[in-house]
Write a protein that binds this ligand. Structure first.
Ligand code: HEC
Ligand code: HEC
Length: 288
């Protein structure tokens, strides 16, 4: 009877610590945030229907290729990485896949006002403008021109790209992943000057924070780190899942192997338990 009481006390404190204290500490240290918003509801809606061929003209005339390459269309980046980083702090990404990986509302909004769409307008002002200028239109209906550029980028985008490519297009101008050898073309000093801090290497991020954190963080970094310089990247849900899959591949390559091994180990333990039990029954039968 005494043993049962001791067991009861141990069970009580274990359950109390695990469910009560642990849950409370977790909620304080890692407050819940709203789920990722892949509709980008805070951004103005642009319901104009874009025309890709007009978009090609607008795109060329708007000066985008003064900073961005469009490799798939035979337009290389206008500057080498070092010069681009020196001018802008980061290297403007190639836009060949932009129409596929970025959400269309986000794209229109980021072209019109980059700092606002990327949610880092607190970092920029008139004397320290965002390196990508606002688009004020070419004289026609600006919403139509924006929709046309988006339609153009979508028309030249491939149907699908690899997980690694999404990472290269969306994150690599700022972050490295040492484990897979994808090093950002950034110069840490210029980067820190531009962003206020050097973006961390993402090799092990999947282990320290996990996929759920990445899912809401990439979609809106301000939710987790208010005032952070990390821009909202504006990926579609599918593209964002690809990035997270890539980060997982980089930092936790043995996950599948580990999980399938776990099942085998459990099966082994169950069989062993049954054998041990049968053995015990046999021994006792002989004793009596
Ligand atoms: C003066 C240079 C410059 C011009 C002109 C420019 N951009 Fe950019 N653009 C940048 C830089 C620099 C970045 C990266 C900024 C960052 O990530 O902080 C960028 C980022 C982008 C992104 C990525 C957004 C994201 O979420 O990662 C898109 C899409 C884009 N530009 C499209 C365009 C289009 C379309 C045009 C033409 C209307 C254009 N840009 C004109 C410099 C420029
Ligand atoms: C224009 C530069 C830029 C781009 C593009 C960018 N990041 Fe970041 N990122 C930063 C900066 C700067 C920080 C550091 C933020 C801070 O400490 O406030 C950061 C921080 C992070 C962190 C750490 C968050 C934490 O809790 O400490 C993660 C994870 C991350 N970025 C993931 C990504 C992913 C994934 C992408 C691509 C989808 C991406 N970033 C694109 C600049 C960038």
């Amino acid at each position: 009877m005494r043993e049962l009481k001791i067991l009861g006390v141990v069970v009580f404190f274990t359950v109390f610590t695990y469910i009560g204290v642990n849950t409370y500490a977790y909620s304080v240290m890692k407050p819940a945030v709203a789920p990722a918003d892949f509709q980008f509801k805070d951004l103005p809606r642009n319901d104009k229907i874009g025309d890709a061929s007009r978009g090609a003209e607008v795109f060329m005339n708007a000066g985008c290729i003064g900073c961005h390459g469009l490799e798939s269309q035979g337009i290389p980046a206008p500057m080498n990485d070092a010069d681009a980083a020196a001018s802008f702090g980061v290297v403007p990404p190639d836009l060949s896949n932009a129409g596929l990986i970025f959400d269309s509302h986000f794209l229109a909004a980021v072209i019109k006002n980059p700092a606002k769409a990327m949610l880092n307008d607190h970092k920029f002002n008139e004397s320290n403008p965002h390196p990508m200028p606002n688009f004020y239109g070419l004289g026609g209906d600006i919403d139509q021109e924006l929709a046309d550029i988006v339609a153009y980028l979508q028309s030249i985008a491939p149907e699908k790209v690899s997980d690694e490519q999404v990472y290269v297009d969306a994150c690599m101008q700022c972050h490295s992943i040492k484990y897979t050898g994808l090093m950002s073309n950034k110069d840490p000093i210029l980067m820190a000057k531009y962003m206020g801090s050097v973006p961390p290497d993402l090799s092990m991020f999947i282990r320290s924070r996990g996929a759920d954190y990445l899912e809401t963080f990439i979609n809106n970094p301000q939710k987790h780190l208010a005032g952070t310089a990390m821009p909202r990247v504006g990926l579609t849900q599918a593209a964002q899942e690809q990035v997270v899959a890539y980060i997982e591949y980089a930092g936790d390559r043995k996950k599948d192997e580990r999980e399938s091994l776990g099942i085998k180990v459990l099966g082994f333990m169950i069989i062993l338990t049954i054998l041990a039990y049968l053995w015990k029954v046999k021994i006792w039968r002989e004793v009596h």
